[in-house]
Design a protein around this ligand. Structure first.
Ligand code: GTP
Length: 451
């Protein structure tokens, strides 16, 4: 179900992840290059042995804890030895082997000493003479941030991003999303997602991702998944209400009217719901309000007989409102909980359709009018939902043949376009093949690894 769309959403997640990681790597490389340049331009007459200032492992720029190191430098600017921390222990070992005075051990005690020792009491080389590489990189990142702040430049700039990467964070910028978002828009449209729904999804993703800083524990993929989840959920869950609760609380008999064109699985859906309600302990009666189509009575009668349900039907050409009225009367007389009323699918004009539903409304006052269409019809189903809802307001939609739908466009779009929720999905030809629509489950299905 919805496999095609699922693949496309996954592709978007991978695209953004790749782009963000590539950019962050590039920014980190730049930061390292800047740090190297600064290290090399340190004064040649520095009062330290060359071994002591041998470049450290450049990876440490990415690993370093910029904040704590930068703070340490601020607090004890003159204490070059104690600034050197655990990461530079190998250099200290090398210096010791060369007969240099034994440096402070790289312990927490040394860190404390950095803070506690007054700079003026220490007779040590000046900080720029023996400062280890990672401190320089941190300072470069700090300086870059300060410089940008002075410029008044807003947003995550190149150096800000570099600094963010050095602290294990990645900032996503609009340009990082441009191509993946374009691809996603195309993918959504190809999957029959309605244009305004696709735009709404993109807008939400943009809002949620741009300027977002990935936390150290989070991958960019997770961040994108969350944005996709929220964007899809927002459009899919429009108008949701608890259908079972509504039925439970309504005065009996509850009358449900089904609209939608012929051939999409409307009659089968009525039969499936009769079974669904039976499982919940409700009794049902079927009423065939499709008096226009030859063969409609026989079709629904087969289902009624298979399920052991009573069917109320009139001759072809009769008044649909009268048939459903008889259904309600029968339910009242026999203490039946729910009346399931079919209607003719396509009338000549939307005026005819409206007149039919208005009359049913007047005569029986249905509790819910449900629009049925097939998920596989994609954009056509969305358009029909809009037209039916305009002609005579619906309360919700049921999408059949979701099991055969790879695109998912109708399932994503209908609620947003009509403002009315999808309540059930038809997922096969059997009477049990109906699923209560759960927006969260739908989103998980689209973004999940399995199913
Ligand atoms: N795969 C699949 N097939 C379905 C589903 N729902 C209905 N069908 C099939 O779709 C075909 C048409 O279903 P019907 O219930 O006869 O549809 P209908 O013609 O719209 O009914 P009317 O509106 O009364 O004319 C039948 O073969 C059903 O078995 C579904 O959820 N999945």
């Amino acid at each position: 179900m919805f496999d095609g769309l699922k693949k496309k959403l996954n592709r978007f997640r991978n695209d953004v992840e790749e782009t963000a990681e590539e950019k962050a790597e590039a920014a980190a490389d730049e930061a390292e290059t800047e740090a190297d340049a600064e290290a090399e331009s340190a004064p040649a007459d520095a009062a330290v042995e060359p071994e002591a200032s041998e470049p450290a492992d450049t990876d440490s720029v990415g690993d370093a804890d910029v904040d704590s190191e930068a703070d340490a430098v601020d607090d004890a600017p003159a204490d070059a030895e104690s600034v050197t921390d655990a990461d530079s222990a190998p250099e200290q070992a090398a210096a010791t082997a060369e007969g240099e005075p034994e440096p402070e051990p790289a312990t927490a005690a040394a860190d404390e000493q950095m803070v506690d020792e007054p700079a003026a009491d220490v007779d040590e080389p000046a900080p720029d003479e023996a400062e280890p590489r990672e401190s320089l990189a941190s300072d470069a990142a700090k300086a870059a941030l300060a410089e940008e702040d002075e410029d008044g430049s807003s947003g995550p700039g190149r150096l800000r991003r570099a600094a963010a990467f050095a602290t294990g964070k990645v900032v996503i910028e609009e340009e990082d999303l441009e191509d993946p978002l374009w691809e996603l828009e195309m993918a959504l449209l190809q999957s029959d997602v309605e244009m305004q729904v696709a735009e709404e999804i993109l807008e939400t993703i943009r809002e949620k991702l741009i300027g977002e800083t990935r936390k150290q524990v989070q991958s960019t993929g997770q961040l994108v998944s969350e944005a996709l989840h929220d964007a899809l959920y927002e459009v899919i869950s429009v108008g949701q209400f608890d259908f079972d609760q509504r039925i439970a609380e309504a005065d009996k008999p509850v009358t449900l009217i089904f609209t939608g064109i012929n051939g999409v699985g409307k009659t089968t859906t009525i039969a499936k719901l009769a079974r669904y309600f039976e499982k919940q302990g409700y009794s049902t009666v079927l009423a065939n309000g499709d008096t226009y189509r030859a063969g409609a009575n026989e079709q629904i009668r087969e289902h009624a007989e298979a399920l052991g349900k009573k069917l109320i039907a009139h001759e072809q050409g009769g008044d649909p409102a009268a048939v459903i009225y008889d259904g309600v009367e029968y339910a009242e007389a026999h203490d039946i909980d729910i009346v399931l009323g079919d209607t003719a699918g396509r009338l000549h004009t939307s005026n005819d359709l409206m007149a039919q539903l208005e009359k049913i409304d007047r005569v029986v006052g249905p509790d819910l009018t449900l629009f049925v269409d097939e998920a596989v019809a994609g954009q056509d189903a969305v358009e029909r939902a809009r037209q039916f809802n305009d002609a005579a307001a619906i309360d919700g939609a049921i999408l059949t043949k979701a099991d055969a739908d790879s695109n998912g466009g109708a399932a994503i779009s209908i609620a947003y376009v009509t403002g009315k929720p999808i309540l059930f999905l038809g997922v096969g030809q059997g009477y049990d093949h109906i699923e209560k629509f759960d927006p969260e489950r739908m989103v998980e299905r689209l973004l999940g690894e399995d199913e």
